[in-house]
Design a protein around this ligand. Sequence first.
Ligand SMILES: NC(=O)c1ccc[n+]([C@@H]2O[C@H](COP(=O)([O-])OP(=O)(O)OC[C@H]3O[C@@H](n4cnc5c(N)ncnc54)[C@H](O)[C@@H]3O)[C@@H](O)[C@H]2O)c1
Length: 355
Amino acid sequence: MSKKLGVAIIGCGNISGSHIPNYLKLDNVEIRYFCDIIPERADRAVEKYGCGTAVYNYKELLGKDDIDIVSVCTHNDFHAPISIDFMRDGKDVLCEKPAARTLEEALEMQKVAHETGRLLQIGVVNRFCDNVNHVKKLIESGELGEVYQVYTSFRAHRSIPGLGGDFTTKAVSGGGVLIDWGVHYIDLALYCIGDPTPLTCSGEAYCKLGKDMKDYVCTSMWASDTADFEKGTYDVDDFVSGFVRTTGANITINGAWAQNIGEAETFVDFLGTKAGVRLYYGGKFTMYSTLNGMLTEIKTDFATTGFDYGAEIKAFVESVETRVPNQAHIDRAVITSKILDGLYRSSDAKKEVTL
Ligand SMILES: NC(=O)c1ccc[n+]([C@@H]2O[C@H](COP(=O)([O-])OP(=O)(O)OC[C@H]3O[C@@H](n4cnc5c(N)ncnc54)[C@H](O)[C@@H]3O)[C@@H](O)[C@H]2O)c1
C-alpha cells in the first residue's frame, strides 16, 4: 500500500468541522495533528475524531516530515502567515476564504506559492458545488446567450456574527460583510462567467447597524454572541453596494449582514440575451426565457449536495497527488481579493477605481 498523506488542521473551530470529516472519508490521507491556540479545542478534536496529536502553537509543526497537507482554518489574520510558513516548509496548503485580510497579503501568498512550487488552494467551496457547476455549464453551452450582467444579493435582516469579536474587528478580519460573504458571491459569479479580468469598480461599504453595539437589536447571533459591549470592536462594514466592470459580464454587488428590511435575499442572477438564471445561494435555480412568443420559467430539480466541502477536500487531495492546480487555486482566488480591495478603496476614495 502506498504511503498516506499526512494532514495538519490549524484552527479547530467552526469551519474545521467541514474539513476534518471529509479528510477522514479519504483512504489516502491521515490526520496527524490538530492545532489550536485554545488548547481545549485541539484536545477535543483528538478525542472526537480518535486520531492525531494536539498542538497549541503551529510553529511546532514546522519541519515535521510526517505532514504533507495543511488546512488553515483560523480567522483571516492568520491565513497569510500560517500558509506562507507551511509553504516555505514544503507543504501544500488549503486555506479558508477569504485568501487573506488584504490584497497585499493575498499577493504575497501567491508569490510564495509560485516561488516554492507548493499548491495553495483557497476555500471557495462554491466552485465545487453541483448547483453552481450546472449554471456554469449552461452559460458555457450558450443556453443563456450573451451574459452581460450578474447581480449578487447577499442581504440578511439580522446576521452580524460575533459582534465585538474577530469577525467585526477589521485588524483581524480585514472587513465585514463584503469580505466575509461577498467573497463567496463574487467568486461564484467570476467562476460561472469564465473568470474574466476585472477592470474597474465602484463601491460603498457602510458601517451602520452594529456600530453602537448596545443598540443593536437581534434575536440571535451566529459565530458567537457579543462578549463585551465596552471593550469589543465594531469597525467593519455591515452593508455594501458595488459595481464591477470586467472584460466579460459586469457584476453588481449588494450585501447586508444587517438591514432594516425583514427579508433575507441571497441569490445570484445571471442575465443573458437568450435566458436568465436566478441561482438561490446554496440551492437550486430557475431559468427564465421565451418560447414561441411565450414567457417561460424552468424550475430545476436535482439531488443537490449543497455546500460540497467533501468535493472541495477531495479535489485538493487530488491536486496534491497529481500536482495539477484546480479551479480554486490562489491564481484564481486572488482575482476576488483584487475586487474586494478595489471596492474598499473606492468606498474610502468616494470614486471609481482601476483594478
Ligand atoms: N468556506 C466557508 O464557507 C466558511 C464558513 C465559515 C468560516 N469560514 C472561514 O473560516 C475561518 C475560521 O472561521 P470559523 O467560523 O471556523 O472561526 P472559529 O473562531 O470558529 O475558529 C477559528 C479557530 O482558529 C483558532 N486560531 C486562531 N488563531 C490561531 C493560530 N494562530 N493558530 C492556531 N489556531 C488559531 C481559534 O482559537 C479558533 O478555534 C475564517 O477565515 C472564515 O472566514 C469559511
